[in-house]
Design a protein. Structure first.
Length: 120
């Protein structure tokens, strides 16, 4: 499949790897590795960082502790999600309309006594 034919990314090539395994069953280890890679890709997309950095951190944590790679990846992901700073909402491009200030009751009564505009 050539790149120029799929410029919009409308279709993708899905590989069925079952024929590489005996009895056409994919082992648990391989499935877990695929799920970990997919989770790391989702984290990288959401956190806007590199997938290799996330996997490196998870590998280091798994090697230095008794956690498995998938547990370490989920721990790293949770920590990164908690520490992610929400971006402030952009200010509106339109100016904020200020309502005219209505004088309080005491000012209205004083103006009424003087016969001012608020006194009617």
């Amino acid at each position: 499949m050539k790149e120029e034919n799929n410029a919009e990314g409308l279709y993708s090539l899905k590989i069925d790897a079952r024929h590489y395994f005996p009895d056409r069953k994919i082992t648990r280890d391989v499935l877990e590795a695929l799920r970990c890679r997919q989770y790391a890709a989702v984290l990288a997309f959401y956190l806007e960082c590199d997938i290799d950095d996330i996997e490196k951190q998870a590998r280091r944590l798994a090697e230095s502790t008794a956690l498995s790679y998938s547990e370490a990846l989920h721990k790293i992901g949770g920590d990164m999600l908690r520490s992610k700073q929400e971006k402030p909402a952009p200010l509106s491009l339109w100016p904020i309309r200020q309502e005219p200030v209505r004088p309080n009751r005491a000012a209205r009564r004083a103006a009424k006594r003087k016969g001012g505009r608020n006194g009617r």
